[in-house]
Design a protein around this ligand. Structure first.
Ligand code: 26Y
Length: 822
């Protein structure tokens, strides 16, 4: 069905070329002689959009006419990356476009490089949202993604003298061809002010919120093209502006300048993405961002519902499900209650019944510092009516649900209460989400198990079955077909060509895992991809790396729990071994990092610096004869990931067991034939199950062993004194070996691993990690064995198709029907 629909856009390169040239003239106002590469890129996008916008309109119309139930994916982050190549892949016109541009003497890849990444997200959670909207459209489900139209996405990272510098990201400074402004769907959003209590003639209480400010929300629509391009869904992102009528008052009062100040404040809301990943800062502007986009989205959803169903709310839960991407959009729950109770004047129980049928919540982390809490004081200032509603939800929950389940148990009540009592009272957004949702899911088997047993055990007892699992996935369209065309073509020679939508079909490659010819072809492609990455490395860092070396890649946000520092100390140990014994037996190795540190995360930035200083020293030390290279690629982002992942031999997934909820980079790397070195954490466990124990290298403490060791009192010094190599490497941080003339510049890293308690048990896992790498070395030196492992990894990753994740959500949570468009 998919390839048939692709044929429907059957276009010749000549036709596509004509279309591009026409747009160069009529849309870009230039011509073939003057056009910059940027103009060519814009014109190519415009050509693609002739198909995309048409399909988007048709899809929206069909969904409206059939009055379909839809999922509304609420997320503060969508890490979309680039669109051009992806949309061409999904429309099935990549080859046609490449040939058309060639006829114009242009290089397709070079033109694609003109596109800035749309980086409206931090890491895993934001990229997951992007993979999910791709899969929803591919599977033909009615869905809309809601988020914020940030002016500045995640900062651009530069490395200067080894340190991270942050520069603003201006992804749409010169316009963005993929988005359309929809002023006809603007929403007005209240903030601040106070609540008035009124009584009607029957003595019924009524609350009226008198806001202190009104903000305008302007929607921008971005089409999301499904593979095969039958369904094109919409990602709707809200931009904040000053409200016209509100400013009019100020203006009439003579406050022209004040009005401008108000404008700036209003526009600040969607100005910038918060760059924290897995650490909550609790800032007022962030709460306002959360409320702003939730309120806009709910108004938008209700407007659409009323167009089909009028003022009758009875069908609302049948038509609408809202998925909360972590607790970030949790304020949507009291917002819907406010609209139902204060505006629609439903009675509380009826309103709450609706809410509890509409919301579902995904938990992405167990880390205490990432669990959102807002001070009651701040909540009351920004959203006074919502705070009242939260108190009401809470008191009814404690009385009607907790008391019967745990009679007279104040300790459990204290734990489950949405309000945390203490020095400063806090609103716990996680508890609010569990109480207000009909389903709660973790993102990998082990994570979901820990959500039940450690994070919310009492909730699991109160509502058995509410807490569940949906293992994450990644879209094979972007993360294999589009980013690794050579491997994709090889696969298509041996597997039905609809493998990008039936990824389980890759299993057929298992039969070829020992086939000499296939091994040779597979590994030749890996080599070619490494040659390409080596060029990128040279360009970005001026470091020469040998493509025949083993490429070992760790790409993810910089966080102590992800343990880039474990990778680093092991690299230092290898360096030391080579210095002590120039004949030390190991294959040539290149260690490659990509990672952004949150700008306020001190230790993460120290680790970035340490990696770069070690890299400087190692890469320029002729004594080790290029047997070891270390590369930190600056500004890691989706488009850079697309170049790194196809070139990886080894995938580093080395978080402390129990800390990484799932991981998704692990899936992308394995899918492209990298062998995982990893702990039994998150989705690594399921990857090992699928690929088989022989095709991954597992090391380190298990979740249970971590718990036991913590309980008995973990002491990192024991490991320091017990391991001569580990001690020597850690002591290196006190010297000026890697920071000439500046002894102790890296000493904080050693301190964090010893004096500050080694929160993530890096030293406890060191010996086992080092052994695991020795195993990798031996396997790599047997090239047939290695090829077999790489192939089996690609062959067995079918489970991690995000289509499977979406189908799990549909079956167990959303209960949607696919909708045929045309
Ligand atoms: C509270 C706020 C500052 C905050 C902002 C971003 C908190 C958390 C985050 C981001 C979390 C995140 O990206 N979590 C990751 O989600 C992935 C998708 O489920 C998982 O694969 C990954 O293990 C998890 O760390």
């Amino acid at each position: 069905a998919v390839s048939a629909s692709i044929a429907q856009f059957g276009m010749t390169p000549e036709q596509f070329k004509e279309c591009v040239v026409r747009h160069l003239h009529v849309s870009l106002g230039t011509d073939e002689n003057k056009a910059s590469k940027k103009a060519w890129w814009n014109a190519t996008c415009a050509a693609v959009n002739e198909i995309v916008f048409e399909r988007a309109t048709k899809t929206q119309k069909t969904h409206f006419q059939k009055d379909t139930r839809a999922v509304h994916y609420l997320s503060l982050e969508f890490l979309m990356g680039r669109f051009l190549k992806n949309n061409l892949t999904n429309i099935g016109l990549t080859e046609v476009a490449a040939q058309a541009l060639e006829q114009l003497d242009l290089d397709f890849n070079e033109i694609c490089e003109e596109e800035p990444d749309m980086a409206l997200g931090n890491g895993g959670l934001g990229r997951l949202a992007a993979c999910f909207v791709d899969s929803l459209a591919t599977l033909g489900y009615p869905a809309i993604g809601y988020g914020i139209h940030y002016e500045h996405g995640l900062f651009t990272q530069e490395i200067k003298h080894g340190r991270q510098l942050e520069r603003p990201d201006s992804w749409r400074e010169y316009g963005n061809p993929w988005e359309i402004c929809r002023p006809e769907s603007i929403q007005e959003i209240p903030l601040y002010g106070y609540v008035e209590t009124k009584y009607d003639e029957n003595g019924r209480i009524h609350k009226e919120w008198h806001p202190g400010r009104i903000i305008k929300g302007v929607p921008w629509d971005i089409p999301v093209v499904g593979y095969g391009a039958k369904t094109v869904n919409i990602l709707r992102l809200w931009e904040s502006r000053a409200s016209d009528f509100f400013n009019w008052d100020v203006f009439n009062a003579g406050g022209y300048l004040d009005a401008q100040v108000e404008n700036v404040q209003a526009e600040t809301i969607s100005k910038v993405l918060y760059p924290n990943d897995n650490t909550d800062a609790g800032k007022e502007l962030r709460l306002i961002q959360q409320y702003f986009f939730c309120a806009c989205s709910i108004k938008d959803i209700i407007r659409r519902y009323k167009r089909a169903h009028g003022d009758n709310w009875d069908n609302f839960p049948a038509q609408v499900v809202m998925q909360l991407n972590d607790t970030h959009p949790a304020v949507a729950i009291p917002e819907l209650m406010r609209i139902l109770v204060d505006r629609a004047e439903l009675d509380w129980d009826k309103a709450w019944g609706i809410c509890q049928k509409v919301f579902a919540y995904t938990n992405h982390t167990l880390l205490p510092e990432a669990l959102e809490k807002w001070s009651v004081r701040l909540f009351e200032k920004v959203l006074p009516r919502h705070l009242e509603i939260i108190y009401e939800i809470n008191s009814r929950f404690l009385e009607e649900v907790v008391e019967p389940a745990f009679p007279d148990n104040d300790e459990v009540k204290r734990k489950l209460s949405i309000i945390e009592e203490g020095h400063e009272k806090m609103v716990r957004m996680g508890n609010l989400c569990v109480i207000g949702s009909f389903k709660v899911n973790g993102v990998a088997e082990i994570h979901s198990k820990l959500v039940k047993s450690d994070l919310f055990p009492e909730f699991d007892k109160i509502w058995p079955g509410k807490l569940t699992n949906v293992t994450n996935g990644v879209t094979p369209r972007r993360w294999l077909k589009s980013c690794n065309p050579a491997l994709s073509n090889l696969i298509s020679k041996h597997v039905d060509e609809d493998w990008p939508v039936h990824l389980d079909k890759l299993q057929k490659l298992n039969d070829l895992a020992d086939d000499k010819k296939f091994q040779k072809e597979f590994m030749q492609i890996k080599h070619d991809n490494k040659v390409e990455l080596a060029k990128v490395i040279k360009e970005l860092t001026n470091v020469d790396v040998d493509p025949t070396a083993l490429f070992d890649i760790q790409i993810k946000r910089l966080h102590e729990y992800k343990r880039q520092q474990l990778n680093l100390i092991h690299i230092m140990a290898l360096y030391r071994r080579l210095l002590q014994d120039p004949d030390y037996d190991m294959p040539k190795r290149v260690f490659i990092f990509g990672a952004k540190a949150a700008p306020g995360y001190y230790m993460a930035k120290e680790i970035v610096y340490a990696i770069n200083k070690v890299a400087d020293k190692v890469n320029n030390d002729s004594r080790i004869k290029d047997k070891l290279k270390v590369v930190f690629l600056p500004n890691y982002r989706v488009s850079l990931a697309e170049k790194m992942i196809p070139a990886a031999d080894v995938s580093e997934q080395i978080s402390l067991a129990g800390k990484e909820a799932s991981g998704t980079g692990n899936m992308k790397l394995a899918l492209n034939g990298a062998v995982t070195i990893g702990t039994l954490d998150g989705a690594n466990i399921e990857i090992a199950e699928e690929a088989g124990e022989d095709n991954v290298v597992i090391f380190g403490l298990t979740v249970d062993e971590v718990k036991a060791k913590k309980a008995e009192g973990y002491n990192p010094w024991d490991y320091y004194y017990a391991n001569e190599e580990l001690k020597a490497v850690l002591d290196w941080f006190d010297t000026d070996y890697f920071t000439p003339g500046k002894p102790g510049e890296l000493a904080e890293i050693k301190r964090s691993l010893l004096d500050y308690g080694d929160t993530y048990m890096t030293l406890a896992d060191y010996a086992s990690y080092s052994d695991a790498h020795k195993k990798i070395d031996a396997l790599y030196q047997d090239s047939a064995k290695w090829a077999r492992m790489a192939i089996v990894n690609t062959a067995t990753m079918g489970k991690f198709n995000s289509d499977r994740s979406i189908q799990d959500y549909v079956n167990n949570i959303w209960k949607l029907d696919p909708c045929n468009v045309e």
